[in-house]
Design a protein around this ligand. Structure first.
Ligand SMILES: [Fe+2]
Ligand SMILES: [Fe+2]
Length: 293
């Protein structure tokens, strides 16, 4: 493992230093190892984690400062990049070319449809099915030139103390915010119970897509989208001291969504063209023809 890593480092020094993951799915595959179901055999997570994933977390934890988050929100959340329909955004995301194997790995659209089809099969309401279809469209940030560590990864609050339940929390020692005394108290710059909508979580596809769809989807859907990568909260139970009563009320929806996001990946690949008319109708129920990105 160590040898393989050093070979990668020397052959593709640049790509390993800024874009260590072979594909964005590598992060999600790793989540599945970290949060296995009963059907998955338990393995020693820290011992078996891939070097690429570890390097990804090192970059994410080092560079996601509070200042970085505020700058990226200012840059992206005013939605001035382009105008696209939801379906166009799905096709745009599918152009994301990485090193994953197209014969064996699901495409981005397939992952979205695996998630939405699993939700649909369980008889959930139409807004919930649509949430499954939408939830990762914020990954178009990669196509706008953002590095992997600013698009995916478990999200965490900035400008307050890092929980040691955050995966590879040891890497925060190299984040400049760890030297800011005000940021290293449990509440940091925030009031107790301030609510996560007033907390600057690390930037990524969750926060970005929330802003894209916030005028069109119900509150439960917006929570699922905005916090689906906030594993320190929804899986580890951390940061409740910053949560509002609304956050606590919505937590059950985030948890309900998580099982479809993480565990539908192992199922068979959906027939995208056959399902397209159903989903075009569903999109049309909630969204205008074009929206701002
Ligand atoms: Fe996601
Ligand atoms: Fe996902």
């Amino acid at each position: 493992m160590g040898l393989l890593y050093s070979v990668d480092m020397s052959i593709e020094g640049d790509s390993i230093s800024t874009q260590p993951l072979e594909s964005l799915d590598e992060w999600e595959d790793d989540l599945l190892e970290r949060y296995p179901t009963e059907e998955h055999v338990f393995r020693d997570y820290q011992a078996e984690v891939r070097p690429t994933v570890k390097e990804f977390y090192r970059l994410n934890h080092t560079y996601q400062t509070h200042e970085f988050v505020k700058a990226k929100k200012a840059e992206y959340c005013s939605l001035n990049k382009r105008t696209m329909s939801v379906w166009e955004a799905m096709e745009f995301l599918n152009t994301l070319v990485d090193d994953s194997d197209p014969d064996t790995d699901a495409t981005q659209i397939e992952h979205l449809m695996q998630t939405s089809e699993a939700i649909r099969a369980d008889g959930h309401p139409r807004w919930f099915i649509l949430t499954g279809l939408l939830h990762d469209l914020g990954k178009v940030l990669c196509l706008f030139g953002e590095p992997q560590w600013a698009v995916v990864g478990d999200t965490f609050p900035t400008a307050c103390k890092y929980s040691d339940k955050i995966v590879f929390s040891e890497f925060f020692k190299d984040n400049p915010d760890s030297q800011v005394t005000e940021y290293q108290t449990p509440h940091g710059i925030y009031e107790p119970g301030i609510g996560f909508d007033n907390v600057d979580l690390s930037f990524g596809h969750d926060e970005y897509l929330y802003h894209v769809v916030k005028d069109y989807m119900p509150q439960e859907a917006l929570y699922m989208i905005r916090y689906h990568s906030f594993y320190p909260w929804h899986r580890e139970g951390e940061y409740d001291h910053l949560a509002s009563d609304t956050d606590r009320e919505m937590l059950k929806w985030v948890k309900e969504f998580n099982k479809y996001d993480l565990y539908s990946k192992v199922d068979e690949r959906p027939n995208v063209e056959k399902l397209r008319p159903y989903y075009e109708d569903l999109i049309g129920e909630f969204f205008p023809a074009q929206i701002r990105w």
